[in-house]
Design a protein. Structure first.
Length: 360
């Protein structure tokens, strides 16, 4: 029997504790250490792990990394800290899962990817883009890969949801800390578009604004500047187009996410909250659609993302145990940030933006 994998979690706010709760449901896994500069966050981690656990809590992530207590490190600290924290992790031997976004800018993502090349080749470096693992989305991806729609021409993703939740120190209220809403939140969806396209994004055209949320809030005399709605069109090298419809003041929605892929032979649609998949083929005629519920098999902890984070951790653990490469790479993280950064530049400058501009 292999020894349990020992996990350390850096950043134990909402997402850090979400990762802890998922790790606790894995076989042969134990959370041995956490780090966070905020005492309340360390207390939340202790509460999540339980009073009988042998947990060591550090204020500084560097002490966690030097402790020898961890095989795997999960980085769930605020976005703007990722560049320094992840570079510190990569200087050691640990396996890594870094919560999205990889970094707040493409330039910092590239620094991380360059640093990763120098480390041990056997370690697994996993990008936390867990929306790939939401069961309805996974079912949609399987249908597309199986040829249900033929040659993919269009991907449309709608996220209509609630505003950003409060975070420690309100760091997520400001673009300088998050990379902007289209990086912070929407890198998930740009990753899905990139995955379906199978080629690199080419050009981005976006329109968006901050029209409803957080306008009456003040932090140290400053008003939050994060967007709460946007339309984003992404064009790909193979001619495929993606479109994101984001609204963060749309709690009155049945489905938080709706994902549609259309090709020359058919259409597949995933309704994430209702856990429904619809498949239609042009050859079957108008209105002939197969609709079926999606059951999240094997999910021991549903958590905040319909079981996706748990399934992500299962896949990470399997990669570590088998010596396989990460299924979701740091490069995937960079390309999802690149689309978001280009979308913000498109909004700011009121023009289409070539992806090569943010890669320069």
């Amino acid at each position: 029997m292999a020894a349990p994998l020992r996990y350390g979690v850096i950043g134990t706010g909402m997402m850090g504790c979400e990762h802890i709760n998922n790790i606790l449901h894995l076989d042969d896994a134990v959370v041995t250490a956490v780090s966070d500069p905020h005492p309340d966050s360390r207390d939340w981690a202790r509460l999540a792990v339980g009073p009988d656990a042998q947990l060591v809590a550090f204020e500084d992530h560097r002490d966690l990394l030097a402790s020898g207590l961890c095989d795997v490190v999960v980085v769930a600290s605020p976005n703007h800290t990722h560049i320094d924290v992840v570079l510190d992790v990569l200087a050691g031997p640990h396996h890594l899962l870094v919560e999205k976004p990889l970094c707040t800018t493409v330039a910092d993502c590239r620094r991380v990817i360059d640093a990763a090349v120098e480390g041990p080749p056997e370690r697994v470096l996993w990008m936390g883009l867990e929306y790939r693992y939401m069961p309805p989305t996974t079912a949609l991806l399987d249908e597309v890969r199986g040829g249900a729609v033929g040659s993919v021409r269009m991907v449309a993703i709608r996220e209509h949801r609630f505003p950003f939740l409060p975070k420690v120190g309100n760091w997520n209220r400001f673009t300088r800390n998050t990379g902007g809403t289209l990086v912070e939140k929407c890198c998930h969806f740009f990753d899905l578009m990139n995955l379906v396209a199978g080629v690199r994004p080419h050009r981005v055209l976006a329109s968006g604004g901050q029209d409803v949320n957080h306008l009456d809030e003040r932090y140290d005399g400053q008003t939050p500047d994060i967007l709460d709605n946007a339309y984003v069109i992404v064009e790909y090298d193979n001619g495929m187009r993606g479109m994101l419809d984001l609204c963060m003041f749309a709690e009155a929605s049945r489905n938080e996410q709706e994902i549609v892929v259309v090709g020359d032979s058919g259409k597949v649609e995933a309704l994430v909250t209702e856990a429904v998949l619809r498949v239609g083929r042009r050859a079957d005629g108008i209105g002939a659609v197969d609709e079926r519920p999606i059951v999240a098999d094997g999910v021991r902890h549903v958590g905040l993302h319909h079981g996706a984070s748990y399934l992500e951790h299962v896949a990470l653990q399997q990669a570590i145990r088998s010596g396989a490469r990460a299924a979701v790479t740091l490069e995937d993280g960079m390309w999802s940030v690149a689309v978001g950064e280009a979308a913000h530049r498109s909004i700011d400058e009121a023009r289409p933006v070539l992806i090569e501009e943010v890669l320069a």
